[in-house]
Structure formats: C-alpha cells, structure tokens
Design a protein around this ligand. Structure first.
Ligand SMILES: *Cc1c(COP(=O)(O)O)cnc(C)c1O
Length: 390
C-alpha cells in the first residue's frame, strides 16, 4: 500500500470491510461496543488491539478508517481525528505543553489560533513569542534552548505568507522543540509538511477534505508515538474526538479530493493571472504566482499555492464593499475551500476584533479580500470578478 500514490490512497487506504463485504465504507454510528465475555472486556481495557474499540470518544471503526487514510495521504504514521480544526489545534498544543514552557509562533495566524496561543495558553503560564514568519533570522533569534513548541501556518490565512519550513524545522529540532504545522491552507493534496520535517501536521478538515461546505472537522497527523501517546490520551479524555457521521462524509469526500483541489488550485492561479495589474487593484497575492514576493520558496515547497488568493481593492471600505456586493457567483461568506467560490472581507469579519496595529502589521487592510476558488468554470469566475471591479 505504501507504494500507492497519494491519489490512490485517497480512494482506498485504510478501508475496513465488515462481514457483509460492502463496497462503500460503512458508517458505524455507535457510541459503544459489546464484549463476548467479562474477561474480554477486561482484556480490552488493559490493551486494546488495532481493531478493538471501547467507546466512540476513544475511537470508532469509521473514524479509524478516515484517520488511517488521511495519515497515509500526508505521509505520517498516524492521525487523531477531532471535532473541528480548532479542536485539533487546541488539543495538540495543550496535550504537549505545560506551565513554564516557551512557544514560538508566526504572527500571521488565523484569529482563533492567535486566541488559543495568547489568551488561553498565556493564562496557564505558557510564554509565547510571536515573530514575522517570513523572516528566518527572526525565527533563529526567538527559538531558545527552553522552547518546547514551534507553531506556524504553512501558508497563512488570509495574507498568504509562506514560511520556510525546512529552515524553521532545523532551528527547532536543534533545541529539541517539536514543530506543529497548521496545514489548512496548503491542502492535503499539496501538503509538504511531512517532507519538510514538521512533527505534527494539523488539518482543518472543514476546508478541503469536506470541500462542500457541510461538515466541521479536524485532524492531528504525526508519528505513532506522538499520536497514540500524548495526543490520544489527551483527546480521548477531554472529548474532542470526531463523530462517525463526519468521518464517513470525509471518507466519501477524500475519494474526490484530488480532482477537486487540483481544479480549484488551477482556477486560483488563472484568477491571479487574469487580475494581476488590474487598475482597480493595488495587489494580487497567490503564493506560487510570479508576483508573490515569496514565489520561489512557495514553488520549491509545494506543487501549488492552494485554492485561495487575496486581492487588494483600491478606494477603501466603500469601494471594497461595492465590489463585494456586485459579485454574482462568488458568495460573501467566511469559509474557504468550498465547491462554491467565496469572497471574504477579513478586516470586518474573521479578523474584526484584531487591534488596528496588529491588522496593519499583518497587512489586513480595508481593501483586502480573500477569494476562495470553487469548482465553477474559471472563465465565469473571472468575468464575475472583472464585472464587479468595473
Ligand atoms: C479554518 C482554520 C482553522 C480552524 O478550523 P475549524 O475547522 O474552522 O475549527 C485553523 N487554522 C486555519 C489556518 C484555518 O484556516
């Protein structure tokens, strides 16, 4: 199985068939499991085997199929599936940290990640240093002998900054720190977190895995020792395990993820090409586009820049809102990676509560619009954007 390509694994890896030999993965919508004898129950609590389950908060056959499949796609040994991307981020951090530990993270973060790092972990005595993620020297200066965890988004949401993963991983491992990569924007299809040495890749499966705007989910992928050790222990006792219905939907979605994400990434690049230099825009940002300041790094680190791009509309809030309201195919929403194309205004929605100085530092201006390329015809999307800009 390990010689299969990612695309084949996405369809088959980890399938467990019941005695009925069903073709499509079954959904085991059950909380508990019965034991043939009291002795068998006792034995399972002492040491549960690979396909022996106890309680759905600990594990479930449908969830386990999804965990095995996603781990194999990302190149990791194992995975723990969670209720949401934020449950995965929070679970991984709190499972591994204790009071007095030091964490270094890039400053360009999803708002909820910033809250967990600064507000939640700060309250429990974890020290956080935020750095400019694009500045390798800043990472080198911030990582100390007592740094326990280094955290970053491989491609940042919503400003599409790219971090030099190999450099940061080397600096972190040099002091024995673990590297946690929030891999939501990179997509499971194009992720290189494992190749670049990240110890854990954290995925909001709400995004490209579901890909159709339905399920909330998350996953933590890494070595078997970390996943079935501290991560599983923490997650199973604190209640963040994915439910079987979500896992079943995700298994079905993984069958099409390669086709969907490749098409959406191609569309994102086409939009970036079509809008670059548009007189009503001061910037177009897409990681692997020639106009992106880090395109060389983005191209070296991944085969694609993902399915999301950002544009900066000239003329402040009024012009930007007029543009958003004139869009006919793009819907105004705050998710991304849906089959439907989505336009987001981070400054007044997802990042509304961020203080102005932090918005300025991150480049979240009044004119910034995040565009998520869906599965519509790219020519229709480009025409929609051009008409709304007009
Ligand atoms: C969406 C997102 C999350 C949170 O995922 P949910 O599934 O919404 O909880 C975390 N990090 C990044 C980078 C995201 O884009």
């Amino acid at each position: 199985m390990s010689t299969w390509s990612k695309r084949t694994k996405a369809v088959h890896h980890g399938t467990r068939r019941s005695q009925y030999g069903e073709v499509s993965e079954a959904i085991f919508l059950t909380q508990g499991f019965v034991y043939p004898t009291a002795e068998a129950a006792e034995a399972r609590f002492v040491d549960a085997g690979e396909d022996e389950f106890i309680y759905a908060r600990y594990g479930n056959p449908t969830v386990r199929m999804f965990e095995d499949r996603l781990a194999a796609m990302l190149g990791y040994e194992d995975c723990f599936a969670c209720t949401s991307g934020m449950a995965a981020v929070t679970g991984a951090l709190t499972a591994l940290l204790k009071a007095g530990d030091h964490v270094v993270s890039s400053r360009a973060l999803f708002g909820s990640c910033l809250y967990v790092l600064q507000d939640v972990l700060g309250r429990y005595g974890v020290e956080i240093t935020l750095v400019d993620g694009t500045d390798n020297a800043a990472w080198d200066a911030a990582i100390r002998p007592d740094t326990a965890i280094v955290f970053f988004e491989t491609i940042s949401n919503p400003t599409l900054e790219v971090v030099d993963m190999r450099h940061i991983v080397a600096a972190a491992h040099n002091v024995g720190a673990l590297v946690l990569a929030d891999d939501a924007m990179a997509t499971p299809v194009f992720s290189t977190a494992q190749e670049c040495g990240a110890d854990l890749a954290i995925v909001s499966t709400t995004k490209h895995v579901d890909g159709q705007g339905r399920m909330l989910g998350g996953a933590i992928c890494g070595s078997r020792a970390l996943i079935r050790g501290p991560i599983e222990t923490y997650m199973k006792h604190t209640g963040g395990a994915m439910n079987p219905f979500t896992a079943w939907n995700h298994l079905k979605s993984l069958e099409t993820i390669d086709l969907r994400v490749r098409a959406q990434a191609e569309t994102a690049m086409k939009i970036a090409d079509a809008l670059a230099g548009h007189p009503k825009l001061s910037a177009v940002r897409y990681p692997t586009h020639a106009s992106h300041p880090q395109h060389a790094l983005a191209n070296a680190q991944g085969a694609s820049g993902g399915t999301v791009l950002a544009i900066e509309v000239e003329g402040g809030r009024e012009a930007c809102f007029a543009f958003l309201n004139a869009l006919e195919i793009f819907t105004i929403s705050n998710n991304f990676a849906d089959a439907k194309s989505i336009a987001t205004h981070p400054s007044t929605t997802t990042h509304q509560r961020l203080p102005q100085d932090q918005k300025d530092a991150l480049g979240i201006s009044m004119g910034l619009v995040r565009l998520s390329a869906g599965l519509e015809d790219p020519d229709d999307l480009i025409a929609d954007l051009r008409a709304a800009l007009g």
